[in-house]
Write a protein that binds this ligand. Structure first.
Ligand code: NAG
Ligand code: NAG
Ligand code: NAG
Ligand code: NAG
Ligand code: ZN
Length: 955
């Protein structure tokens, strides 16, 4: 799924939320199991006794009434002698008739009195035969009634709305991954059951032609209604089937018969189509070349179209339905005057992600969700690298490291991290939760590491073998390993560099192990001996460390002869420890060139000391170290501070080069963690204030360097850097940032045609509201209500929460219950925006939650959405009184909270752990920061801090 879970947007948030309390984790990796079954709960999985070949799905759709009449004919082959039953999935409203005929068209007798039974828990339909049936071909016909869901988060076939000239209009579309096709039609709803689908949809003639995976083959009338039948799909899993019934409109950018490409949306916004069309077409071309299989040729004899639909209400980020990709509107429609660079990049990367699924996912499908990474890791990898190929100026190759590799390492640092191959995926909830950072960012980072190891040509060859050999079939990890082994065996260079290395075994080690390693490095400068050890890295101090070992591709360089070019590993580090001989000398080493591997690196103190001094040296000495290595070191050091794996004073010694650092990537690697530390001191005002001042001092140079206004010569990373730095600077109270923002805000407020430059809106709007009153809020709310660009609306929604007027903030929170221009998927975000807006907002938000628990559950889309709201509170309960207040409320409202009570309890634990961390580390960090700070008030503030700490500990 393009569930692209807004990782970037919520980076800071996730970093806090992921911080789950330490718990034991035992997942030993040595066992290579047969991964074509994961039948922990055998009843949950279908057996492969029956294989569907052709599925005729015929739906008669009534949008206004939110219902449809359904008919399916499933042509199946049985593979087991004397079957007494055929079992498939269903979750429709009611089944009316079931008939089975054999290949000669003769009826097959069903059992009396129970010709079929349904099981609501397992979502199963069982057809019972009167007598055992011989192996053969059968046709099953089922007539049934179905519902169009009114809540996008129920998925299946659901209805949404939009406004045209202030009039509300309905449309309906589908989201079937991972187990919702069964809500639209009875079927074999597991990825391994692939078949052709022939879809027909009957609709009201006032609507536009319907969309499905394939082009329309035939239109006929059915009374006053119209029935469209689509060409047969290629062999495909049920979760990839899709259709949309709407009055949407399409623009075509190439509509030659062989390479069609279309962007589809509600009417009125077709001027926002061109960017996605140009980008998507270019990315399709890049991947056609890379994989050596053309997108448009995948239709198995039918024309394969390439439509991309902007859906106003969409539960995920996007969904890779073959021939009909659905996107949340904000991730497809681009308006130069209203879409900022971050969202513009999302459009490119999300399209690349979904298009990559056409090869990884649609053509070759993971056999079961336990190995979802066979779909999602590749999509997440090409999300960056094929979009980069299509438009190098977006710098997506480098962004991969700070987005994906760093998210993967962050996630893996929690005790709850699961392995990429996760055998506990055997129920609906466990499937959903495996759509995780592990399956996406971690898998993509592992694949990128393999690409550096194999070399780009060999890696591509391996992927081509895998795709060609398994096209229209099922992928397994072993099939991928074999394809890569074959490519490696044919590659002279690889064999020369790594004789007797089994690439399959190395990849499998990363697929099986939960977590990611840290490599500890000790350099003996007088002998030249460098010693490596490895262990799983946990961010929480004192987490028991299991004996997991990885096969780690090591790249390294040393200050005697720096080189950051070669990302081919010099060796694979396996086992507990390893020693290599370097030339003796007073040189420090740096491992993991351009962070090409998925591991952190911790050096001995003297090596860190030399790195710190080197990076700090004048004349921009640091620039001789690769920016991605600077980014890695900053990120690693901050995590080592959190884990107490480095001397605190040495850590801030290393970080001191940030004072002259102006690079986007380095700052992107620092900001989330610096904020995390700062938030841990909110209950210790002196430490909090000092740390804020420290951060602003570190940022002084980069703020100056960037300036407040965009220049036409600015690169992508410069603009992104200004966005992240100014946003932080304004939040930390930087006077220049605030006054420049206020100037821009007031000019806009005076005359709304003085648009705030699109990339500055997020913090300019926020400052305007934070420093303003309810009239500023009302003005921006007005902008929200009239905007036609979904991405801009999210920017506005976030900024509205910066108001400090409690009447306005309450209005904002209540709008998330009632305002039907705020999409369900944005309502949950709005709740979190309200917490992020100002730390003072907490009381109002908690009060709103306490008073409206049932209404929020209803209006935000269900209990799972309410849980997201509740979970996100953890990072904002930074004071003991607030945690206590929240804990009491959870205790006293267990009935009203229902299943959310567990989320509530988790928040209390997590918030307490974070608070404790702050109290335990405040003194060390305070002392270290103070020593490096230009502040004069040394002793007094230290005394103050100590007294606050004492009060806290007494409590
Ligand atoms: C079932 O149909 C397939 C074609 O779909 C055919 O190849 C096969 O021989 C048939 N099997 C039987 C037992 O009739
Ligand atoms: C898009 O292309 C299809 C088929 O080529 C054509 O029928 C349709 O009119 C075109 N629509 C637009 C808006 O150009
Ligand atoms: C963006 O604004 C400019 C100047 O106002 C205008 O010419 C252009 O048409 C606008 N673009 C869109 C897509 O509305
Ligand atoms: C918030 O704004 C309203 C409306 O302008 C005003 O009446 C109220 O006093 C403001 N509240 C605060 C706390 O400033
Ligand atoms: Zn995906």
């Amino acid at each position: 799924m393009g569930t692209i879970m807004l990782i970037q947007i919520f980076a800071c948030l996730l970093l806090g939320a992921v911080a789950v309390p330490p718990e034991l984790e035992f997942m030993d990796s040595t066992l290579i199991e047969d991964r074509s079954t994961n039948l922990d709960d055998p009843k949950y999985r279908l057996t492969d006794a029956v294989q569907p070949t052709d599925m005729y799905v015929d739906l008669d759709v009534y949008l206004q009434e939110a219902r449809f009449n359904g008919f399916v004919r499933l042509d199946v082959q049985t593979r087991e002698e004397n079957l007494r039953q055929i079992v498939m999935h269903q979750k429709v409203v009611s089944i009316q008739t079931v008939n089975v005929v054999d290949s000669a068209g003769r009826p097959v007798n069903l059992q009396f009195p129970d010709p079929y039974t349904t099981d609501d828990y397992y979502e199963i339909l069982t057809i019972n035969f009167a007598n055992p049936i011989p192996i053969g071909n059968y046709s099953i016909s089922i007539r049934y009634q179905g519902a169009i869901n009114l809540n996008q988060f129920e998925r299946g076939f659901y209805r949404g709305h939009y406004f045209l000239n202030n009039q509300m209009r309905y449309y309906a579309t589908t989201q079937f991954q991972p187990y919702y096709a069964r809500m639209a039609f009875p079927c074999f709803d597991e990825p391994q059951f692939k078949s052709r689908f022939i879809i027909s949809i009957t609709r009201d003639p006032s609507l536009s032609p319907s969309y499905s995976n394939m082009p329309i083959a035939l239109t006929s009338t059915a009374g006053v209604r119209l029935r469209e039948t689509f060409f047969p799909t290629p062999i495909v899993s049920a979760y990839l089937v899709a259709f949309t019934v709407s009055d949407f409109v399409e623009t075509n950018y190439t509509h030659t018969d062989t390479r069609p490409f279309g962007i589809v949306s509600r009417p009125g916004v077709t001027n926002q189509h061109p960017y996605a069309a140009e980008t998507g077409l270019e990315i399709t071309n890049v991947m056609d070349d890379y994989f050596g299989i053309d997108y448009n040729d995948m239709g198995q004899g039918q024309p394969m179209k390439n439509d991309h639909l902007a859906i106003p209400d969409f539960p995920a980020g996007a969904m890779e339905n073959w021939g009909m990709v659905n996107y949340r509107e904000a991730y497809l429609l681009y308006d130069e005057n209203h879409t900022n660079l971050i969202n513009k990049i999302f459009i490119a990367t999300i399209m690349a992600h979904e298009l990559a699924h056409k090869w990884f996912g649609n053509l070759v499908t993971c056999f079961w969700w336990s190995n979802l990474w066979l779909n999602e890791s590749f999509a997440s990898l090409f999300e960056y690298f094929s979009a980069h190929e299509a438009n190098p100026s977006l710098e997506l190759d480098d962004q991969f490291v700070v987005d994906q590799v760093h998210s993967a390492l962050n996630w893996d640092a929690g005790a709850a991290a699961t392995p990429m191959n996760f055998s506990d995926v055997d129920s609906n909830p466990s499937i959903s939760s495996h759509f995780s950072v592990t399956s996406y960012a971690k898998g993509a980072s592992v694949l990128r590491m393999m690409e550096h190891f194999l070399g780009p040509r060999c890696f591509r060859m391996g992927l081509r073998y895998y795709l060609r050999e398994n096209a229209y079939g099922i992928g397994t990890p072993e099939k991928l390993y074999d394809a890569l082994r074959r490519a490696a065996a044919e590659d002279m260079e690889f064999r020369r560099l790594y004789p007797n290395v089994d690439v399959g075994a190395i990849l499998d080690n990363w697929v099986q192990n939960p977590g990611s390693p840290v490599v500890n490095v000790h350099v003996n400068m007088s002998t030249g001996l460098i010693t490596f050890t490895q262990e799983r890295f946990y961010v929480w101090p004192n987490t028991p460390i299991p004996n997991t070992r990885w096969h780690i591709p090591i790249t390294w360089t040393h200050s005697g002869n720096f080189s950051f070019e070669n990302t081919r590993p010099s060796f694979i580090f396996s086992g507990d420890s390893h020693t290599i001989q370097n030339t003796p000398g007073h040189n420090f080493v740096i491992l993991n060139i351009a962070q090409s591997g998925l591991y952190r690196v911790n050096y001995d103190d003297h090596n860190w000391e030399m790195i710190a001094a080197y990076l700090r040296r004048s004349n921009n000495n640091r620039l001789t170290v690769h920016k991605l290595n600077r980014a890695q070191m900053v990120n690693d050091v901050l995590y080592f501070v959190r884990a107490r794996k480095i001397n605190i004073d040495r850590a801030f010694d290393v970080l001191s080069f940030l004072r002259s650092e102006t690079d986007y990537y380095v700052w992107a690697a620092a900001i989330g963690q610096l904020n995390w530390i700062r938030n841990r001191f909110e209950h210790l005002p002196t430490a909090h204030e000092l740390f804020t001042r420290y951060m602003l001092q570190q940022m002084a140079t980069v703020i100056n360097h960037l300036g407040y206004d965009e220049r036409s010569t600015d690169s992508t990373s410069t603009i992104l850097n200004r966005m992240q730095i100014m946003n932080l600077a304004c939040n930390l109270g930087h006077a220049g940032c605030i006054s420049d923002s206020l100037r821009k805000w007031n000019s806009f407020k005076q005359n709304s045609s003085n648009l705030v430059p699109v990339n500055q809106r997020r913090y300019v709007y926020c400052v305007g509201l934070r420093e303003g009153d309810s009239s500023d809020y009302d003005f921006l709310m007005q902008q929200y209500m009239t905007s036609e660009n979904a991405a801009d609306m999210v920017v506005i929604l976030r900024a509205l929460a910066c108001t400090k007027n409690t009447t306005s903030l309450n209005h904002y929170l209540h709008q998330t219950l009632t305002n039907d221009r705020i999409r369900l998927h944005d309502r949950t975000n709005a709740f979190t925006f309200a917490l992020q807006g100002n730390s003072e907002n907490l009381d109002t938000v908690l009060e709103f939650l306490f008073q409206n628990i049932a209404a929020i559950r209803e209006a935000h889309g269900g209990a799972a959405r309410l849980n997201i709201n509740i979970n996100n509170i953890a990072g904002f309960l930074t004071k003991f009184e607030d945690i206590e207040k929240f804990r009491l409320w959870v205790n006293q409202n267990q009935v009203a909270l229902g299943s959310s009570v567990f989320a509530g309890a988790g928040v209390v634990t997590s918030a307490m752990n974070q608070l404790t961390w702050g109290s335990q580390n405040a003194l060390d960090i305070h002392t270290s920061v103070l020593a490096r700070s230009s502040a004069a008030t040394v002793t007094t503030s230290l005394m103050l801090l100590l007294s606050v700490l004492a009060i806290h500990f007494i409590r």
